[in-house]
Design a protein. Structure first.
Length: 410
């Protein structure tokens, strides 16, 4: 949905690895941010500020699937204390009062909320771009039409295997592959755009070319492979993470395929893809700029707390759906206040204070490392990305230390 080859990003429910699937679109840069992650808009005081361009909103945690990788460890049955309709509308009012992000309605299974279409229409009427990440089970031709009529402009579906057997084994539900195929068919019947997300682990790494071909044949607008972040039930899959070396090879394959496929194809929750992208272009003697590379030149790896946020089913705010560090509660203060003042959000915007290689890497402004993956493996979200093999230069390290000394000296 971002330009001719458009798409999403990680954060909250079924698309990706229980991670949102983010069928975002219509905003520039795939993630809607510029190269340094700063929106560049002015607030009412005339100063510059960071603004959200994508918000993954966990509309409910209730879900009819039991996916092995689910960030939320979602289950079927009612969860207590979920935001009610009035609270949801007030939240949308506040978001629209200071920004114009894509709202990804995710879960759990967002279609299990009785008021989901009412809220989608409400956000649409506020001028927000509303998209949804359903699991597919409830997408009949009739409900697909309701999705479209509510103003939702794109949905994302997850395909985690090239065959029904592979997909169903991962999703832990027999018939899950068949149901998502039917959902795609019903979406196409009513003219509802869709993209496909794939969670990459050791179980399907070798299937990636076949999955990509399947996605293209289905008529998807975009394909977004997600690199596993082991949170929620996904913690049990730490040993299913592909190795850092395979990670590098896979991201390089993404780069090589980007101009060979007729749809947008790019990885998510894999921030160092943007480092590889620039390295490979440099090897060709090509300078990456907006003029030469369009939206690819403006996209950034990890956007958590910079141009992206996650809101839980009970109103808790996080930098993304995979880093369960509460940054605020919309029942206690406005989302806009949390966005501007949260300590964690402020830390995410100061890349020089990231630890290890991420703090002095030459590519930190276009990558940033995965903060959630760092936390999952080190219990410190400011630590270096544990699945990156790149070694920054000594010159970069010295330059960063000198910069910090100048800042400390005032």
């Amino acid at each position: 949905m971002h330009g001719a080859k458009s798409g999403g990003h990680p954060g909250g429910g079924h698309g990706g690895h229980g991670g949102g699937g983010h069928p975002g679109g219509g905003h520039p840069g795939g993630h809607g941010n510029n190269r340094d992650g700063h929106d560049g808009a002015t607030d009412k005081s005339g100063g510059r500020r960071w603004l959200p361009r994508l918000i993954a909103w966990e509309m409910t945690r209730t879900c009819n699937l039991n996916c092995v990788h689910c960030r939320a460890a979602a289950r079927f049955g009612k969860y207590k204390n979920e935001l009610n309709t009035a609270e949801c509308k007030a939240l949308l009012d506040n978001i629209a009062s200071f920004s114009n992000p894509i709202i990804i309605m995710t879960g759990g299974e967002p279609m299990l909320r009785d008021d989901i279409f009412e809220l989608a229409r409400y956000g649409t009427d506020l001028g927000l771009r509303m998209v949804m990440a359903p699991c597919g089970t409830y997408v009949t031709e009739e409900t697909a039409q309701k999705i479209l009529d509510s103003g939702i402009q794109r949905v994302s579906y997850s395909i985690d295997g090239a065959t029904a057997e592979s997909h169903d084994n991962f999703r832990r539900v027999e018939g899950a592959f068949e149901s998502v195929m039917k959902a795609i068919e019903n979406s196409k019947k009513v003219g509802l755009d869709f993209q496909v997300n794939t969670t990459i682990t050791q179980h399907n790494l070798k299937e990636l070319p076949d999955i990509l071909n399947l996605v293209i044949s289905l008529g998807a607008k975009a394909h977004h492979p997600f690199l596993l972040v082991p949170t929620g039930r996904g913690e049990a899959l730490k040993d299913q993470e592909i190795s850092p070396e395979d990670y590098e090879k896979t991201l390089t394959w993404f780069y090589e395929m980007r101009d060979k496929v007729p749809i947008q194809f790019k990885p998510t929750c894999a921030p160092h893809y943007y480092r590889i992208f620039r390295q490979k272009e440099k090897e060709k003697g090509i300078k990456v700029s907006r003029e030469t590379h369009g939206l690819d030149a403006m996209s950034k790896g990890c956007m958590g707390g910079q141009t992206f946020a996650f809101i839980s089913h009970t109103g808790k705010v996080q930098i993304c759906g995979f880093l369960e560090e509460e940054c605020g509660d919309v029942r206690k203060e406005s989302f806009s206040t949390i966005w501007d003042t949260s300590k964690v959000f402020q830390q995410m915007r100061d890349w020089d204070d990231y630890k290890g290689r991420c703090g002095y890497c030459e590519y930190k402004s276009v990558c940033g490392g995965c903060r959630a993956r760092a936390f999952a493996f080190t219990e410190d979200y400011l630590e270096e990305e544990p699945f990156c093999t790149y070694e920054p230069s000594e010159a970069a390290k010295e330059a960063n230390e000198a910069k910090k000394k100048r800042a400390a000296a005032g």
